[in-house]
Design a protein around this ligand. Structure first.
Ligand code: ADP
Ligand code: MG
Length: 377
């Protein structure tokens, strides 16, 4: 086991599998394991009436609210790689990515359920680490873990989490609500989680080529944290309430900006015009992309897992966000359904595809109706 660095999650990122104290899962049995993993969990939300321990959880929501439900499944080898994702981080991330879907509806998450399928390759201690991470995320986002299921798998680990939340009636934000000329806004910055993954994959190759080699992860804390321990933008939903801002449509950036803006465009029956020079990229991510011979804009457009919020607002709401460092206006919605364009830094026009943008598919700027440009751009 190779301790490589401490990050702000106060844990060491190891390459390689756990070799410490090991209690076999069968020593505890299913019920013993569930009790072991969940007995320190307590309920914080008044809407959580009955949690773990009965046949079903009991929740009690206000009649003025609508209830939001979202599920995601994470499969070892497909969605995560335990060579470099510490189990505590994985538990944290598994919860956060689910909560992000609730925030992307304009709601607040209040409960989760967690189901795991696990092979005997894992020890009780390993699952404890996973649950430490999940509990930390629950505390941070004030969410109660109210139930789940535990079963065995023949290989690897599968984690399925369901997040439950609420949004006041009339305030839910769908993907389909964008209007022509609405401004397209994104929170935070993009591409860093992708660069973190590039680094981890690079060091994994080195490690596999020369077992025992010390992974070189120095100086990339921000990108590693964005990849291994992302945060969901609950703070933005609180901000919307404070600003009195109701986005017209919204989605979270899990697959990548290009793919998400196409989802908004398709659901709303509109096109999108995006400006490369408006893409928010952290300077350290910009430099790192260059160092890895990647185009920083392509990383911001195609790299996923940033868990920022992408949303549209009416132009008349621009004043509410313009002074905030959390928001970047990156483009606007256009009339033509299916027309997704990027204006690059040389003012050349490119078609955006779900994978990013095709540098060979250039269009002339005049092809795009100048009358459709919003005034505040
Ligand atoms: P059942 O037989 O009704 O499915 P279980 O024995 O599977 O009940 O679960 C007992 C209790 O523990 C239930 O409240 C369930 O929600 C909870 N639970 C089971 N597995 C997990 C898990 N992995 N994480 C959290 N809670 C769990
Ligand atoms: Mg069960």
């Amino acid at each position: 086991m190779l301790p490589t660095r401490r990050n702000s999650f106060n844990s060491i990122i190891y390459f390689c599998t756990m070799t410490e104290k090991r209690t076999e899962l069968q020593d505890l049995g299913e019920f013993g394991l569930i009790r072991h993993l969940t007995d320190s969990i307590s309920l914080q939300n008044p809407t959580s009436k009955v949690g773990i321990g009965d046949d079903a959880a009991v929740l009690d929501f206000d009649a003025e609210d609508e209830v939001l439900v979202s599920t995601d499944m994470l499969v070892e080898g497909v969605h995560f790689d335990l060579t470099y994702a510490p189990l505590k981080h994985l538990g944290y991330k598994a919860v956060v990515v689910n909560l992000s879907d609730i925030y992307a509806m304009g709601g607040v998450a209040s409960q989760i359920t967690v189901s795991i399928a696990v092979s005997n390759r894992f020890s009780t201690e390993a699952l404890e680490e996973l649950y430490v991470g999940m509990r930390l995320a629950c505390e941070r986002y004030q969410v109660d873990l109210v139930g789940g299921d535990t079963t065995s798998s023949t290989s690897g680990l599968i984690i399925s989490i369901t997040a439950i939340g609420t949004v006041a009636k009339g305030q839910r934000v769908l993907r389909s609500g964008a209007k022509e000329k609405d401004l397209l806004v994104v929170t935070g910055d993009l591409g860093s989680a992708y660069m973190g993954l590039q680094l981890l994959e690079r060091e994994k190759q080195v490690f596999q080529g020369a077992p025992g080699a010390q992974p070189n992860l120095e100086g990339y804390d921000y990108q590693l944290e964005r990849q291994l321990k992302p945060e969901a933008r609950k703070d933005i939903i609180d901000m919307f309430n404070e600003l009195g801002l109701q986005p017209t449509s919204m989605i979270d950036v899990s697959d990548g900006l290009a793919s998400e803006l196409i989802h908004l465009g398709e659901a709303s029956g509109l096109g999108v015009q995006l400006y490369e020079d408006k893409l928010p990229i952290d300077p350290s991510t910009f430099d790192m992309a260059r160092e890895f011979n990647l185009d920083p804009s392509v990383c911001a457009l195609s790299g996923g897992e940033d868990y920022e919020l992408l949303f549209t607002i009416s132009q008349s709401d621009y004043d509410k966000i313009k002074a905030s460092p959390h928001f970047s206006v990156i483009g606007y919605m256009t009339e033509t359904k299916g027309a997704y364009y990027l204006i690059d830094k040389q003012e050349k026009v490119h078609e955006i595809t779900a994978q990013g943008w095709d540098a060979f598919l250039e269009k002339r700027k005049e092809d795009i109706d100048p009358d459709k440009q919003p005034a505040s751009e």
